[in-house]
Design a protein around this ligand. Structure first.
Ligand code: FAD
Length: 318
């Protein structure tokens, strides 16, 4: 079922949903089921599965030289979505990115997803890979999420790249997109980022999932700005508990967000790892409660494939 239908049918009751990563290369599908089993008890409306491009790994050679390889550490997004849908009968949502795909590759991927009864896609541009300073699309690929949306909506109308196809199957994907309450890191200012967000909505996006944030005011302001700009689709907040001391640094570095000073101060005062975890959990529970009071359409948890924290939070709030 489409995310928009889930929201409609819930009739004001907020949805619970999660994002997981596909298993590391070499692990089997039971790894994913082990992560999901405790979360499935909480009846998630849908489960997102991230998409990962190749990364460089360095291997020591016999002559002492390091050799660089490109490896996709987490392949299998589409197959794991199919496995989740078969196993749990819960909608799985693959993340679909521009990077590394020509338009033809994208069309083939969408055809696979359609055959697998996948109803939703989260459409993204993807980050630059580590060897590139800025994002470089494939020749004949999509350069922005907005272009990828255009391709999905075209296929939803039965328009394929080869316009001579006679009998064409129309897909019917519900399209999710990313939104950034603290602005996308490449955008010079929030106004410009919002301008392109609106473009994605005009081109056919059906709902927004936000980048994680730790200060609810950022989300409230973002929703207000969206509504002022006539962006009226559901805006699902994406959240995650801080769980290690190191994340004081890595979360802002990797996700370009501000951690509230109060949270940072509490973590800095913590004496051990368990206390840090507890502080992060409590912060996220309070954040979730306030978001539910605000009337969000759902809470989407970035599990990073660690189900325990998400389970604790969901148990405390739903
Ligand atoms: P876009 O919407 O294309 O925007 C990218 C930048 O370009 C922004 O600064 C925007 O303001 C600007 N822009 C947009 N359109 C135009 C235009 N037409 N002309 C000029 N500028 C423009 N990454 C992965 O690799 N795999 C994942 O599974 C994944 N999942 C994610 C899930 C969520 C919920 C979120 C929030 C992010 C996820 N990401 C993932 C990261 C995402 O791919 C990056 O943040 C990426 O840098 C931007 O993606 P986007 O879809 O927001 O890009």
């Amino acid at each position: 079922m489409k995310v928009t239908e889930h929201i409609e049918r819930a009739n004001g009751k907020p949805l619970f949903s999660v994002e997981i990563l596909p298993p590391l290369k070499g692990q089997d599908v039971n790894c994913t089921f082990k992560t999901l089993d405790p979360l499935v008890e909480m009846k998630p409306a849908f489960i997102d599965v991230t998409y990962h491009r190749e990364e460089f790994v360095y291997k020591q050679k016999e002559n002492g030289l390091l050799k660089r390889h490109q490896v996709r550490k987490r392949p299998g997004t589409v197959a794991i979505c199919a496995a989740i849908q078969n196993h749990y009968k819960i909608d799985a949502i693959p993340h679909l990115i521009c990077g590394g795909f020509t338009k033809e590759d994208t069309e083939d991927a969408l055809i696979d997803l359609n055959f697998l009864d996948i109803d939703n896609v989260l459409v993204l541009r993807g980050d630059p890979i580590k060897s590139e300073k800025t994002f470089v699309p494939e020749v004949d690929g999509n350069a922005y999420a907005s272009e990828l949306i255009e391709q999905v909506t075209a296929l939803n109308k039965g328009v394929y790249l080869d316009d001579e196809l006679q009998e064409t199957n129309k897909t019917d994907f519900c399209i999710g997109i990313a939104g950034y309450p603290e602005k996308h890191f490449e955008s010079p200012n929030l106004a410009m980022d919002m301008f392109y967000l609106k473009k994605k909505v005009e081109l056919g996006a059906d709902y927004i999932v936000t980048q994680m944030f730790f200060d609810n005011q950022k989300y409230f302001d973002f929703v207000k700005k969206c509504r002022e700009m006539d962006i009226n689709i559901p805006i699902i907040p994406g959240i995650k508990p801080l769980s290690t001391f190191n994340q004081l640094k890595t979360l802002p570095q990797n996700f370009y967000l501000d951690l509230p000073e109060t949270l940072a101060m509490e973590v800095l005062k913590a004496k051990d790892k368990e206390t840090v975890k507890q502080i992060g959990l409590e912060w996220c529970i309070n954040q979730s409660k306030e978001l539910l009071e605000f009337g969000v359409p759902g809470l989407h948890f970035y599990t990073m494939s660690n189900s325990i924290n998400t389970q604790k939070i969901a148990n405390a709030i739903f």
